[in-house]
Design a protein around this ligand. Structure first.
Ligand code: NAD
Length: 264
């Protein structure tokens, strides 16, 4: 599919966690919509494939390989985008980490690793991009949250707590940046069969003593009111809508793309 709006200034986007799954799809869809796209991930090999896919669309890209939880890493990524293209119009905070761990077996390592990426790095990225967007008097930030943020999941509490943190940061950042016309929203995807979801559910089945993995997965799918798991592409379409098309009066919103799983 060709790049659209070739005669207008391309919007400058940064997508985190773009080596695969939702982040890669969002990056490629943004490229198709005429954006220049910087992508970042700890997985350099996957990121290189994403860069190839963006190149096939004919869009400019920038690759930033590294651990996003390092002190200063989110700020450095935003700086790289600004140095290359002179500003940043879109930030998609998509990188995420989670580990199945029964609540009474909680480990310091799992909690700190989860919160470092899903909460601290995300907040620092919002801050760094927000400072540039404040000067520009424009910009959009989209944080990827989860239906889990409002559920009691005792085998996945560090993750759900971190996503409740994402909801909190989204609200605060939206209010902090509203005077400058910068929009901050979040999106909660339902179950998509990505690398992360698949390995999480394998571990969840094990933690629940289930060795009939397919039956376990089918039971979970049946709980979704629409009766099926989400396609990565359709969730990405909704993220891209928030990046480019949603009304300018919409901020501090949480968009549910979970097939009816999340109803609030
Ligand atoms: N898959 C689902 O069903 C589902 C449901 C709800 C929410 N989500 C959220 O969607 C987002 C995307 O997840 P996905 O399902 O596409 O999984 P994914 O595993 O494909 O994507 C997550 C990416 O984050 C990267 N990452 C992990 N730790 C990192 C670090 N320290 N530094 C830099 N990058 C790091 C991974 O390498 C990976 O590419 C996540 O925020 C996840 O919590 C997913």
């Amino acid at each position: 599919m060709p790049v659209e709006n070739q005669n207008t200034t391309p919007r400058r986007a940064l997508v985190t966690g773009a080596a695969g799954g939702l982040g890669r799809e969002v990056a490629v869809q943004l490229a198709r919509r005429g954006c220049v796209v910087a992508v970042t991930d700890i997985n350099g090999e996957g990121l290189a494939e994403t860069i190839t896919l963006i190149g096939e669309v004919g869009a400019e890209s920038e690759s930033i390989v590294g651990d996003f939880t390092g002190e200063g890493a989110p700020e450095a990524a935003v700086e790289k985008v600004v140095a290359r293209w002179g500003g940043i119009d879109i930030l998609v905070n998509n990188a995420g980490y989670g580990v199945i761990e029964p609540f009474l077996d909680a480990t310091y390592r799992a909690w700190t690793r989860t919160l470092a990426l899903n909460v601290t790095a995300l907040a620092m990225a919002c801050k760094a991009a927000g400072r540039v967007m404040r000067e520009q008097r424009s910009g959009r930030i989209i944080n990827i949250t989860s239906p889990g943020s409002r559920m009691a999941l005792p085998d996945y509490t560090a993750y759900t707590a971190s996503k409740a943190g994402v909801d909190s940061i989204t609200r605060a950042a939206a209010v902090a940046l509203a005077p400058y016309g910068v929009l901050v929203n979040s999106l909660a995807p339902g179950m998509m069969d990505t690398e992360m979801q698949r390995s999480t559910e394998v571990d969840l089945a094990r933690a629940n003593g289930r060795d009939d993995l397919q039956a376990f997965l089918d039971e979970r799918t049946r709980r979704i009111p629409l009766g099926r798991r989400a396609e990565i592409a359709e969730v990405a379409e909704a993220v891209v809508w928030l990046c480019l098309d949603s009304p300018k009066y919409m901020t501090a919103e949480r968009l549910n793309m979970s097939g009816g799983l999340d109803k609030d």
